[in-house]
Ligand binder design. Structure first.
Ligand code: SF4
Ligand code: SF4
Length: 425
């Protein structure tokens, strides 16, 4: 509805687009689909039509083009007029229902129920790890029985990354002391997917922070950041999750709140906008958002303890969209990798183009997602690197899926995994 959109979005944001088209070549969906309506300029035009009451949010074409966007924000980086595309598309999604049934089911039902209840999410994580560790996954894949599942479920199963850690997920201690002299007090947001699938990376993050003189606080009442709910237009659930995290980290006297997942960091930094109309939380949300730092952003900003152990490996780096375009963090992860003795970083072509993961986009738009993934795998393999470093769990899972499709033995790491090795973690 136009009035709902007007409540969420200042028209001045829409007017900032001068229709120059300089963003078009940077837009992955425009490159793949070739339609103006699937370009940033075309989407902004349609959203403006809705804003002015000339187009209904029920219009099927409108909903399709809005949800075919990856929300990768490459257009935001490319735009010389500074158009805040992320704020525009997320407001549009908050007023327009997705067309795809899987987007509605996964987005509104699973993300709105399981991801808001940490105990339920933990139980699902235990089930997943049992499925993978007991040999059931291997047996089912070999038996061909998975072919009996509906196509979407088969696709979801094939994308599952092997979960790190034990059957019970790794949880950060409530307080981890600094190694040596205390330099900073930081909060650590564990995330929702990270502790279930990438517990070793979370543990490495805490160790690397502690090695750099940080006392690390990880309060138990924290939860999912709300990023996936925002991408699927479920703003009320994202707001509820934001309030929970703000409460969990309040009163700790922190210098920074650290996150190691790019998509989550981007949303956490937007809490001020998400809760700007909440009289109780608006100011606290703004303060919280200012404290949030991606782990690479934080480590690159301090006097880093020198990593001394050699990690002899050639790696390439994938820029997560929500780190490079959403938060403007491009050099910091590379700067950290270059400080690791023995490690060689080789750049891939188009490292800042979306890999097709984009939250749950690989489930809701598998055709476009796979085309983007195949282009990405060409770029990765052309580097000759034996490992890919990616700062977001969605990218890591997508690229690992791409590697399995190509039958390669590529390894996958987060920057902190490699720093941790170089600190003898
Ligand atoms: S979003 Fe920016 S780059 Fe794209 S058409 Fe509008 S003004 Fe031009
Ligand atoms: S966010 Fe990404 S997919 Fe969406 S319009 Fe911008 S560049 Fe295109």
């Amino acid at each position: 509805m136009a009035s709902e959109l007007r409540d969420l979005l200042d028209k001045k944001l829409l007017k900032e687009c001068v229709h120059c088209g300089l963003c078009l070549d940077f837009c992955p969906t425009y490159r793949v689909l070739g339609h103006e309506a699937d370009s940033p300029r075309g989407r902004i035009y349609q959203i403006r039509q809705v804003y002015e009451g000339k187009l209904s949010t029920d219009n099927a074409d409108f909903r399709e083009h809005i949800y075919a966007c990856l929300d990768c924000r490459a257009c935001q980086t490319a735009c010389p007029s500074g158009v805040q595309y992320g704020a525009i598309i997320e407001a549009a999604r908050a007023v327009a229902e997705p067309i795809s049934p899987s987007e509605k089911t996964v987005g509104r039902a699973i993300l709105g129920s399981v991801f808001t209840r940490p105990k339920l999410l933990d139980a699902a994580g235990v089930g997943l790890r049992l499925y993978q560790r007991s040999g059931a996954q291997l047996a089912l894949r070999r038996s061909g029985l998975l072919k009996l599942l509906p196509q979407r479920l088969r696709e979801m199963e094939s994308m599952l990354a092997p979960a790190q850690g034990g059957i019970r997920r790794w949880s950060a201690p409530q307080v981890t002391p600094a190694r040596g002299k205390v330099r900073y007090r930081v909060g650590f947001i564990e995330g929702c997917i990270m502790p279930q699938l990438f517990g070793d990376t979370n543990a490495a993050t805490v160790r690397v922070l502690a090695a750099n003189g940080c006392v690390v606080y990880s309060p138990p009442r924290q939860g999912c950041c709300g990023a996936l709910q925002m991408h699927t237009g479920d703003r009320p659930t994202a707001q509820e999750l934001a309030r929970r995290n703000i409460d969990a980290f309040s009163g700790l006297g922190l210098d920074a709140i650290i996150i190691n997942a790019a998509g989550c960091g981007s949303t956490l930094k937007e809490y001020g906008v998400l809760l700007r109309d909440d009289p109780t939380y608006a100011e606290r949300a703004e303060q919280f958002a200012h404290q949030v730092k991606d782990v690479s952003e934080f480590l690159a900003s301090i006097d880093l303890v020198k990593p001394t152990r050699s990690v002899p490996m050639t790696v390439t780096y994938q820029d997560a969209c929500h780190l490079v375009h959403g938060q403007g963090i491009r050099n910091q992860p590379r700067q950290l990798l270059r400080q690791i003795p023995g490690l060689k970083l080789v750049e891939m072509k188009d490292s800042d183009v979306c890999c097709g993961s984009a939250g749950i986009y690989n489930l809701t738009h598998p055709d476009i997602s796979v085309q983007l993934l195949e282009q990405k795998m060409d770029s990765v393999l052309a580097t000759g690197a034996s490992a890919v470093v990616a700062p977001n769990p969605g990218c890591t899972m997508q690229l690992a899926y791409g590697a399995r499709r190509r039958g390669t033995t590529l390894q996958f790491f987060h920057v902190v995994d490699l720093l941790d090795r170089a600190y003898d973690g």
